[in-house]
Design a protein around this ligand. Structure first.
Ligand SMILES: [Zn+2]
Length: 269
């Protein structure tokens, strides 16, 4: 069943906030209070580990996020990736994605990068304020491009060494956008660096936030222009052209890679 979600307007402590929904993590695992419960169904736990913050409202009810020193007896630990790929609703994906990214950021941003003082909740917006110099730190988002390179009825797919997937699935080429670079320039550079192929006619398709740990994936289709496959073996295990009607196992539809591949293949259905 679909749930509604809205962010809390400021970054404030979730302790004693009156929140009646709570999401907890232990290490990198999402905790479910019961095997069939939703992650935001947890009751408040005393003595959390590290910061607890107010995420927003889930179905109109305030929801806090924090991490626990240990998983309470009877609760279930779920890998974040397994949850995101298995959850039914786009809203569930969005809530857990936001909770995970903000918690990761809070746990890794303890001190001011300008003066070294401790950071605290800002309470004016979704930032952390330095009590020493007033510097405000905002959640880190790292933009990446991810691209289906096409050549008529063929697409270029690859398997990476650092694939999160346990399955031997093929996916799209992808990489981080460099400082000062447009997304389209990043597409051309990444595809050339990873595969030796020149692309053009870069077309934006869709985007997806991806909490490993804080990426924003911008998804494109790009037309092959020239070049033989010459892969960067430090990044990729293998890459190959596949006919759209003879694809190997590819990333699932919950991922932007799966949706980008499907959007191109759909033109031939
Ligand atoms: Zn400072």
């Amino acid at each position: 069943m679909a749930v509604s979600f809205s962010y809390h307007p400021a970054l404030v402590s979730g302790l004693e906030s009156g929140a009646r929904r709570h999401i907890y993590f232990h290490d990198d695992k999402l905790l479910l209070p019961a095997p069939d419960a939703q992650p935001w169904d947890a009751e408040e736990i005393e003595n959390p580990e590290g910061p607890v913050f107010l995420l927003g409202e889930v179905d109109g009810v305030s929801c806090s996020v924090g991490s626990l020193k240990q998983t309470p007896s009877g609760w279930t630990e779920v890998g974040l990736r397994d949850y995101l790929l298995g959850c039914d609703e786009i809203d569930d994906f969005r809530i857990v994605n936001a909770a995970s990214q903000l918690l990761y950021w809070l746990r890794t941003q303890n001190f001011c990068s300008r003066c070294g003082e401790r950071l605290g909740f800002n309470e004016k917006d979704r930032g952390l304020r330095c009590h020493g110099c007033g510097y405000i730190s905002y959640p880190k988002v790292s933009p990446c491009v991810i691209v289906v390179v096409h050549r008529g009825d063929e697409i270029l797919l690859a398997r990476s060494h650092r694939s999160f997937s346990k399955l031997p699935a093929f996916s799209c080429l992808a990489g981080f956008i460099e400082a000062g670079e447009s997304a389209e320039e990043a597409v051309v550079r990444e595809v050339m660096e990873e595969s030796g192929v020149l692309v053009s006619d870069i077309e934006y398709v869709t985007s997806q936030a991806w909490p490993f740990p804080h990426q924003l994936m911008l998804g494109y289709h790009a037309r092959y222009v020239s070049g033989d496959l010459n892969i960067d073996t430090t990044e990729l295990k293998e890459a190959a052209w596949f006919k759209v009607d003879q694809l190997p196992a590819v990333s699932p539809m919950k991922t932007i890679a799966g949706r980008l591949i499907d959007a191109y293949v759909a033109k031939f259905r």
